[in-house]
Design a binder for this molecule. Structure first.
Ligand code: GLC
Ligand code: CA
Length: 593
């Protein structure tokens, strides 16, 4: 871990790239916008909202998997990489979407899910049909292990990310296959060159259609230790243990990534890799350093795992402090900056609860302020900011009153069903689990986008039952109201992204330094480039507080660039003297002398 906390060097030879300067808007199609009143979001619905997205000032639209899929894991189980799910539209619709983005000066990023496929993919159907199939070796098959009582056991003790064993026994051929995620998501065998070739063909197919790159799903899992050893026992309460040591950033990862990277380079496109469990920083660097030709940036997980319970168990309560969150950011900022890598900055995505309910505890009246504070802090870090649909209007988690029938996510439902079967499934245990779901289930991010105060939040027709209920907050939190209101969170996001572009050297290419490290109430950092320096300052509490700017040697203000409470013309001169007053959740950006 040592290099993660290395001291920050002054800017040397800075590598500039369009994708570093860009920001991204993520779309999760099922819940974005329904155009044909079947209760499910679709690609024509996305096309109808492209102006709304452009007006936010983002450069890239990331489309989550829209390919043909049985939707066991909402499209992350792909049955055909060359066609689009009927409920979302057609390949021609995606071509229109690409053109719609390009016409507005934006790019389109597709999702590449190639650690696994759906069990309904032709490759897997053939693979499971017989040991002699030419597709057998496209997946990871192993004979059972026989225990001391003569019983059949999985080949090793790895736990699936969606609960239970990561291996599934397949009766017809008497072997187990590996599935790091759902039983219906068998892992591809990347050792097989035919698999790699098939992935390269898919990449070229979509790039030839005009896509501008890929977000790569759990991409650091594609190379596994071929001995498939048992994982060390960390959690004694279950037989199934985290095997990440043997499959995260595995032995041949860089070779595989370069195979894709070479193609992306030909097309001047880019990629962002999802990388859970990154621990070995030298390995990370090999994947993201700009001269490596592997991937351009990664999503790390430290700050989103911050509230998980023991053993990485996300549905157990966990507590955290602001100083911890700041230290995660500081390490990644310095690490990437010093070593030629690049951060993908995010609070939210389709796998995470809503940031406004996770990172702050804002009373109703201050939710917009809290959202603005989070926007400021995130987007002015060094990296490319990612905004997840609904985050720009401050959508919240599902209501605590919602019953289990409202929850749809396989991860959450698997957890619930295992709990009901377990010895500890009494009312207390159920209540505790449901409280954690409302805090951390992926369902929180998956309610339909609240477009207006009309029935169903304008997501679908007023009398239609959407595939997932709309969060009842839509009457108060919706896009239509915010587009009309110049002081809304939506417009504030636009001003943050605009500021980032206006001071590109500072906010994209500048050096980051954490200020007032031990403060549990304030997050402050500077960004500096050559002679220019800006301070980003945020009150993380719901009360007014006083901050000693002089003690931190950042009290000589040249100009206020942005403030979450007032327009900059109103606020000039507000930050002067030694002690500054910060209103509840106030964030400000100032240029220092
Ligand atoms: C990634 C995706 C998540 C999916 C999983 C399996 O973490 O973001 O939604 O369930 O991979 O593909
Ligand atoms: Ca639809």
């Amino acid at each position: 871990m040592s290099s993660l906390s290395a001291p920050v060097k002054p800017p040397g030879d800075i590598h500039r790239a369009w994708w570093k300067e860009s920001s991204v808007y993520q779309i999760w199609p099922a819940s974005f916008k329904d155009s044909n009143d079947d209760g499910i979001g679709d690609i024509p619905g996305i096309i109808s909202k492209l102006d709304y997205i452009r007006d936010l000032g983002v450069d890239i639209v990331w489309l989550c998997p829209s390919y043909k899929s049985p939707q066991v894991d909402m499209g992350y189980d792909i049955a055909d990489y060359y066609s689009i799910a009927d409920e979302y539209g057609t390949v021609a619709d995606v071509e229109k979407l690409i053109k719609g983005c390009h016409d507005r000066g934006m790019k389109l990023l597709m999702d590449l899910v190639v650690n696994h496929t759906s069990d309904q993919h032709e490759w897997f159907k053939k693979s499971r049909s017989s040991k002699a199939s030419e597709f057998r070796d496209w997946y990871v098959w192993k004979p059972p292990r026989i225990d001391e009582n003569g019983n059949r056991q999985p080949p090793n003790n790895w736990v699936s990310h969606f609960q239970g064993s990561a291996w599934e026994y397949d009766e017809p051929t008497g072997e187990y296959y590996l599935h790091l995620y759902a039983v219906e998501q068998p892992d591809l065998n990347w050792e097989n060159p035919a698999v790699r070739k098939a992935v390269h063909d898919i990449v070229r197919f979509w790039l030839d259609k005009g896509a501008n790159g890929f977000r790569m799903d759990v991409i650091n899992f594609i190379s596994k230790d071929q001995a498939f050893p048992d994982a060390p026992v960390q959690d004694k309460d279950t037989p199934w243990q985290w095997g990440d040591k043997y499959y995260a950033n595995g032995p041949r990862l860089h070779e595989y990534l370069q195979g894709i990277g070479n193609i992306l380079k030909e097309y001047d496109t880019f990629s962002v890799g999802e990388m859970p469990f990154v621990k070995d920083t030298a390995e990370v660097l090999k994947a993201v350093r700009h001269d490596r030709n592997e991937i351009n940036m990664i999503f790390n997980f430290e700050h989103v795992d911050i509230d998980h319970g023991p053993h990485g168990n996300k549905f157990k309560p966990g507590s955290w402090k602001l100083t911890e969150l700041k230290s995660f950011f500081e390490r990644w900022q310095a690490f990437m900056y010093n070593n030629g890598g690049w951060n993908a900055l995010y609070w939210e995505n389709h796998d995470q609860p809503r940031s406004i309910d996770r990172y702050v505890n804002a009373p109703q009246a201050l939710r917009s302020e809290a959202g603005k504070m989070l926007a400021t802090v995130l987007a002015l870090h060094a990296g490319s900011p990612f905004i997840y649909q609904g985050q720009e209007i401050g959508m919240g988690n599902v209501p605590i009153e919602w019953g289990m029938e409202e929850y749809k996510d396989i991860d959450c439902l698997n957890h619930w069903n295992l709990l009901l079967k377990s010895s500890d499934s009494g009312p207390e245990a159920q209540k505790a689990a449901r409280q954690e779901y409302q805090k951390k289930s992926r369902d929180n991010a998956r309610t339909p986008v609240q477009w207006s105060a009309e029935p169903n939040g304008g997501f679908t027709g007023p009398s239609i039952k959407p595939w997932m209920s709309v969060n009842p907050e839509y009457t108060k939190v919706n896009a239509a109201d915010q587009v009309k209101d110049p002081n809304s969170l939506y417009h504030y996001w636009a001003s943050v992204l605009k500021l980032r572009k206006a001071y590109l050297d500072i906010f994209v290419y500048g050096n980051y330094e954490l200020v007032d490290r031990n403060n549990q109430h304030v997050y402050a950092y500077t960004r500096a480039y050559s002679d220019s320096k800006a301070l980003v300052l945020a009150n993380w509490t719901d009360y007014e507080l006083s901050w000693d700017a002089a003690a931190q040697k950042v009290n000589k203000v040249k100009e206020v660039l942005l403030d979450t409470y007032e327009s900059t013309s109103m606020v000039q001169g507000r930050f002067s003297g030694a002690q500054w007053t910060l209103r509840p959740f106030e964030a400000a950006v100032v240029l220092l002398e």
